[in-house]
Design a protein around this ligand. Sequence first.
Ligand code: BDR
Ligand code: CA
Length: 319
Amino acid sequence: MPTKIILDCDPGHDDAMALLLAWGSPEIELVGVTTVGGNQTIDKVTRNALAVARVAGIHGVPFAKGAAHPLLRPVEVAEEIHGASGLDGPVLPEPDIELDPRHAAQFIVDTVMAAEPGTITLVPTGPLTNIALAMRLEPAIVGRVREVVLMGGGARVGNWSPVAEFNIVVDPEAAAAVFAAGWTVTMVGLDLTHQALATDEVVAAIREIGTGPARFAGELMDFFTAAYREVAGFDHPPVHDPCAVAYVIDPTIVRAIPAPIAVETRGEHTLGMTVVDLRGPAPEGTRTQVALELDAERFWGLVLDAIRALGDPLVERVD
Ligand code: BDR
Ligand code: CA
């Protein structure tokens, strides 16, 4: 039985890769895609999500637009990394699907409450605003969600500050609420995602597939590589968001350990830090875990298989 997920994202180059991986993997049933303001404004990331859907041939899946800004703080985007559109690099096709009329938070509530308890996994790959809003709208979702597998945070490293990661620090109050809620949370953070590097060999293997989605992914990775080189001094970019999807597909490619995790919302120098207590065995009943190591070879194998499985949707349509 495939695992049902709602992908809550802010595309974003790596969010786009997460969408391709989710749609191209038989182990996943994509029951909805929700968007959240993050890498770019909500209108831009929503448009980008719909464009990726067109490239990947995603159909029959509701897309719902969510929060424009964090719970308490002003909008902060990652233009240096993702460009003015939020998805610079490839030419984006015109979207061909209509948005679901509901707010993303309402969509999440409706979907989780209508499903069998314990069957829906939330996979947030942007700021946690929509998830926090959904919890506020209907607290009962906490007991019904199977697991939250999120890309964000880091036990030992930050990127938006020395100690904080972008998705967490732009809406730390939302993140604090999500980590403290009492559901099972797997934090796929920078400790792990910095092992998911799009090396030259990886990008060449993607291109080799030769289809529209493969070309699209290759162009995304070219822009992402240049941005990470210039802004962050990486030779090859860490492709964060699909790591969360990969964990859902096959948890054995990740080493994760239970640990208490709290989010700093007041620190002068530590705002948005995910404080992970790794001092000893986690206390009984700890529901949060931190992902630390990735089998990068198997991870990229999943991504390549998924892109292959997508075929060439735009070409097939024209025929
Ligand atoms: C995270 O921030 C965003 O820029 C990426 O899409 C990813 O979700 C990495 O810190
Ligand atoms: Ca993201």
